[in-house]
Design a protein around this ligand. Structure first.
Ligand SMILES: *Cc1c(COP(=O)(O)O)cnc(C)c1O
Length: 517
């Protein structure tokens, strides 16, 4: 073992000769394992040739470490083993819907006719793929009760951008672009909502949520005026509650000439139960990588199709999908010349995340409509089961109120212990669990947002609740050290995440060079 392999291994009281702990092997960088003086593969010396690169030809070494295939393989497999994943345990990250990704979906996505296609293939050679996209669109429009969908957005936040550009286009078409400059956003919103509005040049007017965690129609009416373009509302909201006034809110917005954008990331709680179109929503993104079980969280990519109401449908971006008289399918890539369509342009170079479409449709077809509905019901049931199990252990900011698919706790139960939400979450890592979402939503002090999802069994929920109870009891007993020193059993301890984000070091400098600098 290389010396550097020991450097992060400071776990309490566990000294081994190698620095490894059991099967958990500390892994240096590829650059530290390999050396530029070696190569892991035998490549024949190239024959003499005359370079045509002129003065742009490389004159020094590329600096890639030479490693054999098994060395390289081990490196990446070891790294992968350090990662917590939905395949290793419950991943209760609120708002993220980390549910099981059925293996059937993976099998479908790897079928040769699907896994190997290219977005530049002539359309007549990919009729099946377009058919698949159309079927998925049909599912999305019927589950939401909305007439149109844009498939190309590549994530939830990208979908927000797509929906809000369509709203801006509709406002421009009415000649109101100069006056309607404000987007209303509740203070409980996901950060991507105000960011999207701001990116498009709108100013954000914040609306305070009530003490019960939801937004009142009266508060929206008070903020409405001829300057308002739209409101962005999450439903179910980030506190895990269904917005009871949403139909009244959409009516008020429409009356004032504004639109309702719904952040649909939490669709997992209501798919098959509630049709957003019936609530008066004008645009909503659906995170296929949350609700429809396509892998995410380091395993991406995501996909965030956006459904549109009748009034926004004409502004949906290219490409559009159509079926001609002979049943031939077409992706319309250029601005449509006929009918009402006035697409705002394109959002991406191609058609969206095909691999995710396949997985999402496989999920829908294998569950069926009743299965999708049951998944939503079970997601809500599981969250409420945890809420009940932990009722006397962890404090719930909105009292003993039935929640949707996620249950929200706050830090009140830690009062007087000198243990913070962060400490509590880090101690969960030692117990073998991925922490829940922390400090979000911002409207709740020391928030802990738990989303178990429907794919957890009763047994796994019981184990999870058992661990949280044990930790809460330890906190109340004053066992501070267990929390302040956590995580003790993880490969790395607490990281300076802020500094890592603000001052990332993305290149490797060999130690010798470091010393010289
Ligand atoms: C996940 C999420 C988003 C963003 O979705 P991405 O696919 O991560 O871009 C937006 N809003 C809410 C409420 C979310 O949970």
């Amino acid at each position: 073992m290389n010396d550097v392999s020991h450097k992060n291994f400071t776990s309490a009281g566990s000294v081994t000769a190698t620095g490894n702990r059991g099967l958990q092997i500390e892994e240096p960088l590829l650059f530290e394992i390999g050396s530029t003086n070696f190569t892991g593969v035998d490549v024949e010396e190239p024959e003499a040739f005359e370079s045509r690169l002129g003065d742009v030809e490389r004159t020094d070494m590329m600096g890639l470490p030479g490693l054999s295939e098994p060395e390289t393989m081990r490196h990446f497999v070891r790294l992968s083993q350090k990662n917590y994943a939905i395949d290793t345990g419950i991943f209760p990250l609120g708002s993220c819907t980390m549910k099981h990704n059925p293996r059937l979906n993976e099998k479908m996505a790897r079928l040769p006719g699907i896994g190997d296609i290219h977005p530049l293939q002539p359309q007549k050679t990919v009729q099946g793929a377009i058919e698949l996209m159309m079927q998925l669109s049909d599912w999305l429009t019927s589950l939401t009760g909305m007439p149109a969908v844009a498939m190309s957005p590549k994530a939830g936040a990208h979908g927000e951008l797509c929906g809000m550009i369509a709203i801006r286009a509709a406002i421009e078409a009415k000649g109101e672009a100069d006056t309607r400059r404000v987007v209303l956003v509740p203070d409980s919103a996901h950060g991507t909502n105000p960011a999207t509005a701001a990116l498009l040049g709108f100013s954000v007017r914040s609306i305070e949520a009530e003490k019960d965690g939801t937004v009142r129609a009266s508060a929206v009416r008070e903020s409405l005026g001829p300057d308002v373009a739209a409101m962005m509302l999450t439903n179910p909201n980030t506190c895990g509650l269904f917005e009871p006034d949403i139909a009244e809110i959409s009516a008020a917005l429409h009356e004032a000439g504004a639109y309702l954008y719904c952040d649909g990331a939490n669709f997992n709680a209501i798919a098959g139960k509630v049709r957003p179109g019936d609530l008066g929503i004008d645009a909503m993104h659906i995170n296929l990588h949350k609700t429809f079980s396509t892998p995410h969280g380091g395993g991406g990519p995501g996909a965030g199709p956006v459904v549109f109401s009748k009034s926004l449908a004409p502004f949906a971006p290219l490409p559009l999908m159509a079926r001609d008289g002979d049943g031939k399918l077409e992706l319309i890539e250029e601005k449509a010349s006929s009918g009402e369509a006035r697409p705002f342009g394109r959002l991406t170079a191609f058609h969206g995340q095909m691999g995710m479409f396949v997985r999402a449709l496989a999920y829908m077809l294998s569950f069926g409509e009743d299965g999708v509905r049951q998944a939503s019901e079970d997601a809500v049931l599981n969250a409420n089961y945890l809420r009940k199990l932990l009722k006397d252990t962890m404090s719930q900011p909105f009292g003993d109120r039935v929640c949707m698919h996620e249950v929200l706790f706050d830090e009140a139960f830690l009062k007087g212990t000198d243990i913070s939400t962060l400490d509590f979450a880090k101690a969960m890592i030692d117990e073998g669990f991925h922490p829940m979402t922390m400090y979000f939503p911002l409207v709740v002090h020391g928030a802990m947002l738990v989303e178990p999802t429907e794919s957890e069994s009763k047994r796994s929920l019981d184990q999870f609740a058992y661990a949280l109870k044990a930790l809460a009891n330890a906190a109340k007993r004053g066992d501070k050290d267990r929390f302040k020193s956590a995580p003790r059993f993880a490969p790395l301890r607490r990281l300076d995440e802020t500094r890592a984000a603000r001052q990332p070091i993305l290149s490797y400098t060999p130690p010798a060079q470091q010393a010289a600098e």
